[in-house]
Design a protein around this ligand. Structure first.
Ligand SMILES: Nc1ncnc2c1ncn2[C@@H]1O[C@H](COP(=O)(O)OP(=O)(O)OP(=O)(O)O)[C@@H](O)[C@H]1O
Length: 671
């Protein structure tokens, strides 16, 4: 019979009670006989491992097998003590499954070149037929075992999106039947598209500097249970992940994925390195690439940083076990990545990828030299996944680096200092807004306030993925916004985190190809307090505040302005600031915005003052937590440029109006 239609149906004993157990069409269902308790079902895509055992606990002599770990610290190697078997596992006992297959379960961390053949061996071992694997795993005694131990992942706390490993122990006195179930489930698990070999970078320096301890405690036992080989590289310095990824010494074809254990900065190094590596492999000019190529290998993040915004937005939580489980289960989805380019007058400011700019090559603020500039591509500075922020957040990041010894508290300290100063930052922003004509009326195509969150199986992201190779021609209008801002933020994702559950905009999507540009005008100190309260609220959104504007766009450019620098005015709450707050403008046209007030000059082009003094009056861009030295930039969102291990967030709040079946739902942030 066709395997898909073959139904396994038997009675097993679970915790001394008889259960009817069915396995059909990739779903395992168990239901107590003579009980009103409901059925429990688990899809095979959530089953992590299945073991045949002679005992209900699954313990065997193999548990005591020594476990050597060799870890690469940058370029030097050292050997660790055997792995601690008594790790927190949500009280699920660690089974002998992988412990007995030392080549599989060992965390292989010697240099990548010497490691490959070992990993290949272990991989082959895992892919031999079920009987021989069973013999290896269980030993002769245990191959006659009548216990089938199944480990699976389950969403145990839907409101906070937490997943955990659960254990199901099935017993039957007929070994033949238990073995049949074991073989069938093992086979179906092997057919799942899951990573078997991962390259893992660990940043021991980020967050509370506990990444290695967290890895040992949570990641190692889970990878061991799922029989995933890990090549672990512990970083020794900043930028090392980027350097390793872009060096051709590492053969990415030997891995099913590259994962990092750290914060947003560590993840940024990883995907920057991966995209640049892809450009290098394709022989592209990495400084002025004509387009950004999609890497073929998926990446993942195990949160161990300070804010862990990316992990929170991918999984709806910064819970480390949840992230590891999603990596193990191997589902991947596209994630938008935004690219930042230098916006210098001679860069042309346009001509970046997708032919999108063939129409808009005059996207620098001065649009006069269209023909010559269209051919020049601006210089690529950096890629980011969460947010690019100018003004308040840029200054906080810049200053907080001086207090890294404080750990995550450094942001509170620097943030408070900057908050009380309430500085404003002047600039001109040109936003490419897409329009469509409905009933003879030109309306904005993308509404950032549409109330549609990015949840599991997000339709908006699925549509974007289907269209990405086939861009839709639409009417793009340039909107110019000038004035003084507390912050200018280009949010690639909602940027929610445990401290800001709604982030900048809870309706921002992970893979729709658009970023949300959030402009917070410079206003009173009282309004800043309102902003702070909204940012930390579970229900309020900052877009409800009258001094916050959100634009959904694929592209924007920014030029900072030094205001009244040589008129003897201070820039912190000075009279001129108030004056300029009122002159802040928004105009929807493709006209140049060079006609700005006489008292202002565009950064880097001051006529009388020194560049150094100008720079003091400007802010810096915070790009995924790192500082960018360029002020004048062009930003583009690249639809689903990278594939990340994530499942998407299932929404638990069924009472929410946003989750009506009729409303378009998608992946993102749990309430
Ligand atoms: N061994 C190391 N020594 C010093 N710096 C390192 C090392 N390894 C990585 N780094 C750098 O540490 C920086 C901060 O790391 P990361 O962003 O992961 O932590 P974080 O800033 O505490 O967390 P988050 O970004 O989530 O707030 C990264 O930019 C990375 O380049």
């Amino acid at each position: 019979m066709d395997k898909q239609n073959e139904v396994l149906l038997n009675t097993f004993v679970i915790s001394k009670k008889k259960y009817r157990v069915v396995y059909n069409a990739g779903v395992l269902v168990w239901e107590a006989e003579n009980s009103k308790k409901g059925k429990i079902s688990v899809p095979v895509s959530d089953i992590i491992s299945v073991t045949l055992s002679a005992t209900a606990s699954g313990r065997s002599a193999a548990k005591n097998a020594p476990h050597a770990i060799t870890t690469t610290y940058g370029t030097t190697s050292s050997t660790h003590a055997p792995m601690n078997e008594d790790m927190d596992f949500d009280r699920v006992p660690v089974l002998p499954t992988s412990a007995s297959i030392s080549t599989t379960a060992t965390i292989n961390t010697t240099t990548t070149t010497t490691n490959i053949s070992n990993r290949a061996d272990s991989y082959d071992l895992l892919h031999t037929d079920a009987t021989s694997v069973e013999d290896i795993i269980c030993g002769n005694n245990q191959s006659n075992g009548n216990y089938l131990i199944i480990h699976y992942a389950r969403l145990v706390a839907p409101r906070v999106c937490k997943w955990r490993v659960q254990q199901l122990v099935l017993y039957k006195n007929e070994h033949r039947i238990v073995k049949l179930w074991y073989q069938r489930l093992s086979e179906d698990i092997r057919e799942q598209n899951r990573p078997k070999n991962l390259l893992l970078f660990l940043n021991p320096y980020g967050g509370k500097q506990k990444a290695f301890a967290l890895f040992e405690k949570y990641a190692k036992p889970l990878f061991k249970l799922a029989q995933v080989d890990i090549n672990l590289i512990i970083t020794q310095r900043a930028q090392q992940i980027y350097d390793i990824m872009t060096s051709q010494t590492i053969n990415l074809n030997n891995y099913d994925g590259v994962v990092c254990c750290g914060g947003d900065g560590t993840f940024a190094e990883l995907f920057n390195g991966l995209v640049y590596r892809t450009m290098i492999d394709l022989g592209m000019d990495i400084n002025q690439p004509p387009y950004l190529p999609k890497p073929s290998i998926p990446i993942g993040i195990i949160p161990a940083g300070s804010t862990d915004t990316v992990a929170y937005c991918l999984n709806g939580t910064t819970d480390i076990k949840t992230s590891i489980l999603h990596i193990i289960l191997g589902q991947t989805h596209g994630l938008d990545i935004s690219s930042v380019y230098r916006n210098s007058d001679d860069s042309g400011g346009g001509g970046i990828q997708n032919g999108d700019d063939s129409k808009g090559s005059d996207n620098t603020l001065a649009g006069s030299t269209k023909v010559t500039q269209a051919k020049r591509r601006p210089q690529l500075l950096k890629l980011y996944a969460s947010v690019l922020s100018y003004g308040f957040l840029g200054d906080v990041t810049l200053e907080s680096e001086n207090y890294r010894w404080m750990g995550p508290k450094r942001y509170d300290y620097s943030g408070a200092k900057k908050f009380f100063r309430n500085r404003g930052y002047s600039g001109d922003i040109t936003i490419h807004v897409e329009n469509e004509v409905i009933d003879d009326e030109r309306v904005e195509r993308n509404n950032p306030h549409d109330g549609v969150r990015c949840l599991e199986n997000c339709q908006r992201c699925l549509d974007a993925s289907a269209k990405s190779g086939n861009p839709i021609d639409c009417d793009t209008q340039k909107v110019t916004v000038s004035g003084k801002f507390l912050m200018v933020n280009g949010a690639n994702i909602s940027c929610a985190c445990s401290r800001s559950p709604q982030g900048f905009n809870p309706y921002c999507h992970l893979g729709d190809g658009y970023l949300d540009l959030i402009l917070v005008r410079h206003t009173s100190f009282f309004n800043n307090i309102r902003l702070l309260l909204a940012m930390s609220s579970k229900t309020k959104k900052i877009s409800d505040l009258p001094f916050v504007e959100i634009y959904r766009t694929k592209k924007f450019s920014f030029k900072g302005r030094v205001v009244g620098a040589y008129q003897g005015h201070g820039h912190d709450n000075g009279a001129i600031d108030d004056e300029l707050d009122q002159t802040g403008t928004t105009s929807a046209s493709s006209a140049s915005t060079n006609d700005i007030a006489n008292s202002t000059v565009t950064a880097g082009r001051t006529a009388t003052g020194s560049l150094k003094e100008d720079n003091k009056l400007l802010s810096k861009w915070n790009c995924d937590g790192e500082i960018l030295m360029d002020t004048n930039i062009i930003v583009e969102c690249n639809c689903q440029l990278i594939n990340v291990f994530r499942r998407g967030v299932s929404c638990s709040d069924t009472s929410s109006k946003e989750n009506d079946p009729g409303v378009l739902n998608c992946c993102g942030v749990c309430k």
